[in-house]
Design a protein around this ligand. Sequence first.
Ligand code: FMN
Length: 398
Amino acid sequence: MIKGKHIVVGVTGGIAAYKAAMLVSLLKKKGADVHVCMTKNACQFISPLTFETLSSNRVVTDTFSREAPYEVDHVSLAKLADLVVVAPATANILGKTANGIADDFLSTLLLAARSKVLFAPAMNTAMLHHAAVQRNIEQLRNDGCLFVAPGSGMLACGDIGDGRMAEPAEICDAIEDVLTEKDLADVRIMVTAGPTKERIDDVRYLTNRSTGKMGYAIAEQAARRGAKVTLISGTSALPVPGGVEVRYIESAQQMYEVCTEVFPQTDIAIKAAAVADYTPAVYQPGKMKKGEDMQLQLVRTQDILQELGRQKQHQVLVGFAAEAADLEKNAVGKLQRKNLDMIAANDISRTDIGFGSNENLVTLFFADGSKKVLDKADKHLIANGILDEAAAIYRMKK
Ligand SMILES: Cc1cc2nc3c(=O)[nH]c(=O)nc-3n(C[C@H](O)[C@H](O)[C@H](O)COP(=O)(O)O)c2cc1C
């Protein structure tokens, strides 16, 4: 979790320095306390004022300044840091750190750091592939430093090749990974997400408004916390979170088949998908021709949650209830009927949360009759709240 963490961002003299501004902004939005240190050369590329404004903290550019904002200096900032991130990291800073050279504020702080250090290198392709730079990267890895690998593409110098600094969002993800405790390392989690599609013919289908955001957020956070995650997903435009195994399905029947296959090797199953309750009685191959008014006959799909509740042994089974009215009564009824350990209920009559939104507000109801409200927040925070409770039940059952 980034929220409340003290993160030192070191900015060095590369053209990608401007992207560090976006990184600082992302970290601040996630609730971090960000302190920026710039090398003298970095100040040629971007003004300290930009970082000062974005971070709401004084920016350090010089070891020997009489106006240094920290009580002591590099040592107190190094002590404060939960993580030091160098983005962009020039060939120069990599070489200096790998060889223990401390000739300015940032390089001195890097030697004094007790926290983990994450480098996001950025440089011309020939520089990156130079034997000395590769040797320094190897040395830093052996010393325990972490890296967000540069990508490939058009570089500022006009060359096309490796050396482009990773995008700020990718660096932010890596920071989140480093700062997240791996408390679910021994747990196998199955998450379902997204809508199902029930085919009418080869061009038409019945579906619903689910985008998969809630389920994907749960899968992402579970993987980040070290769980072995299988995500069973309906069609979704969302990227598959790192470290997550994904199984795509289309129909409720396919969802049923994959869920019942994966469930026996699962410790916690969280069913956030919006699965169709009905499917066309007849599927028409090809494309139905337009004609008179028609009626579409629908038949019930298999109730996956009910079936998993019936098969449940050691597993913790978590359902979702999207309700437009009588939230508590309907959610608790579903929890009991389907033999769930917990149900996360959300009110779909509200337009500011739920379907398609980045935020959610859920009430968790438990098999022991208790309940807990997870206040309106980003779906990733809600995901962590759900995982905390599910993991607590799992450890109690074990
Ligand atoms: C326009 C320009 C762009 C540069 N871009 C990079 C770069 O992307 N990566 C890099 O390692 N060096 C780059 N350099 C060279 C560094 O600025 C130089 O090695 C400097 O000594 C780095 O100092 P620092 O690591 O203390 O910031 C660039 C230099 C100039 C003039």
